[in-house]
Design a protein around this ligand. Structure first.
Ligand SMILES: [Cu+2]
Length: 534
């Protein structure tokens, strides 16, 4: 019975469809059938046109202008970018950015030449494109200078692209900041440029190109800078610097993919400085001896306490100083984890005696208990605290969307909902105590936010004041759904960038300017000059 019904139904359906076919083929076509596709087509056409216009408009408005001047003087610059009312802006009385420079001479001068040139690095397979280096190596030479000295660096460009050098973390005078289109034109092939600054604050810093920084830093244009203290707080027998960089998906320590030995005798104190030159965070740990986190971003912590094999997260652009004493037996080893948090056998740094290097080392197990600087060390009085009076507070929301970044479709990383060059400028006046509140509400990973020309004090993490040592940084890693408040004295007039040091993010919109009033610059970002800082 059921089967019969089904067959009957099938027959009806088939006859219906055949009737339709017949109608369409031979009979008079009903209006419904003829008109509907026309309407649909018209609708589709309208939709496509609208999408096309929106696409083109979005693409065009995301384009960098031919010339974007970041000056804040009344008679020059892009005044509509911010509200200048109430500032000391006086037409014709601007401070030229180029006048913000170090003295010409000093009692002691540390002078270097850094030549940007391509080179084949030892670990690179034959046929692979050369790295872009300073002086034929990447990392470039570690520059060691003495606190108080005048540092003079001559950049010579032997590459086929424009290059600059930015001194990451150093409170340089504005004209030495090395930002293409803001403080200089990118130094063209065959040309040279000289940077001069006083090495005022001891610590671990680094340098890298700030012209097309995403590409140029990635290809190897970076190195480390150590400012040795005039009055060291600690005695270190061995002081070594290590740059982490990923080449072809392989993490390296000072361009080594394998094991690097460093000779040290039992009882000696070692200061190990390292920087993450990559775009994403790395997890490291030190085994074989208890260690102290002596400094973050080059600034000493107060009362650091010994740690054992705890994972240290280092985000893009950040630095750690670790201190430890070489034990009687066995090497001390630095390991790095892969993206899944599992420690790898290579690359690694081994520190100890020759005989220690043969010791079989067990690769440490992954641990969730990551180092937390907000509770580490001992509290101490500090110039800036959460209860200080702040003259100005800026809240900066770190966001993420899809759209266009300089005419390229794809991910866009935003500050206050806008991508560079449409991000707002933050205006600060000399002497002000400035508070910045970074709010990461997006689920697009962490943003290591870097401020040029200043060191800030970390006030709170997600509303909670720090309970350990005061912490002074130039790059703060703001994770998803985290908020950090930081503060600094506006004591270094100029035109300064704030940007994410995931340079892919910076290259896709995550940059803004922190500016002092009434400063003019002869340089511009954009297609006319070819200056593209990130
Ligand atoms: Cu970012």
């Amino acid at each position: 019975m059921n089967r019969q019904r089904k067959m009957l139904k099938k027959a009806r359906n088939s006859s219906q469809s055949e009737n339709e076919i017949t109608l369409k083929r031979g009979g008079k076509k009903p209006r419904r059938v003829r008109k509907a596709p026309k309407r649909v087509l018209l609708g589709l056409l309208c939709l496509l046109t609208a999408v096309g216009i929106a696409f083109g408009l979005g693409m065009w408005t995301s384009r960098y202008p031919d010339a974007l001047n970041m000056g804040t003087a009344c008679d020059i610059g892009n005044m509509q970018r911010m509200n200048m009312s109430g500032t000391s802006c006086q037409a014709g009385k601007s401070i030229p950015m180029v006048s913000l420079q170090a003295p010409q001479t000093a009692a002691k001068i540390d002078e270097f030449t850094l030549t940007a040139e391509s080179a084949h690095l030892p670990f690179m397979p034959e046929g692979q494109a050369d790295a872009w280096t300073f002086n034929g190596t990447s990392p470039g030479p570690t520059l060691r200078v003495h606190q108080g000295d005048l540092v003079v660096i001559h950049l010579v460009n032997h590459l086929s692209v424009g290059v600059t050098i930015h001194w990451h973390g150093v409170a340089v005078p504005n004209s030495a900041d090395g930002v293409a289109g803001v403080t200089q034109d990118a130094t063209k092939p065959g040309q040279s440029y000289t940077y001069r600054f006083l090495a005022q604050d001891p610590g671990t810093y680094w340098y890298h190109s700030h012209q097309e920084s995403f590409e140029e830093t990635g290809k190897g244009l970076f190195g480390m800078l150590v400012v040795e203290s005039a009055k060291p707080l600690t005695h270190d027998d061995i002081d070594t610097a290590l740059a982490l960089h990923t080449w072809n998906s392989t993490l390296t320590f000072n361009a080594s993919t394998g094991t690097q030995p460093l000779h040290a005798r039992p009882g000696q104190w070692v200061r190990l400085r390292f920087v993450n030159t990559d775009n994403t965070a790395h997890l490291l740990t030190l085994v074989g001896a208890p260690f102290l986190v002596a400094a973050l971003d080059g600034h000493e912590l107060h009362g650091p306490t010994p740690l054992t094999a705890i994972p240290l997260s280092i985000d893009a652009g950040q630095r750690y100083d670790l201190r430890f004493q070489i034990p009687q037996h066995g090497p001390v080893a630095l390991f790095a984890a892969n993206d899944n948090g599992q420690y790898q056998t290579q690359p690694r740094l081994l520190i100890g005696q020759e005989s220690d290097f043969q010791t079989h080392l067990v690769t440490p197990k992954a641990s969730q208990n990551v180092f937390d600087f907000t509770t580490y060390g001992h509290a101490a009085p500090d110039a800036i605290t959460p209860s200080s009076h702040f003259d100005v507070t800026y809240t900066i929301s770190l966001g993420y969307t899809f759209g266009f970044s300089n005419m390229r479709p794809g991910p866009v990383f935003t500050l206050d909902g806008n991508a560079f060059p449409h991000t707002p400028m933050l205006l600060v006046k000399p002497g002000q105590l400035v508070r910045l509140r970074f709010v990461n509400d997006a689920n697009a990973g962490d943003h290591p936010m870097h401020l040029h020309g200043h060191t800030f004090t970390v006030l709170t993490k997600s509303g909670h004041p720090l309970t350990g040592s005061p912490v002074h940084l130039d790059t703060i890693s703001v994770g998803p759904h985290e908020t950090y408040e930081v503060a600094f004295y506006a004591n270094n007039p100029g035109l300064w960038m704030i940007h994410c040091h995931n340079l892919y993010h910076a290259n896709h919109g995550m940059d803004m300017m922190l500016v002092y009033p009434n400063i003019s610059t002869p340089y511009s970002i954009g297609y006319a000059s070819g200056n593209f800082p990130d």
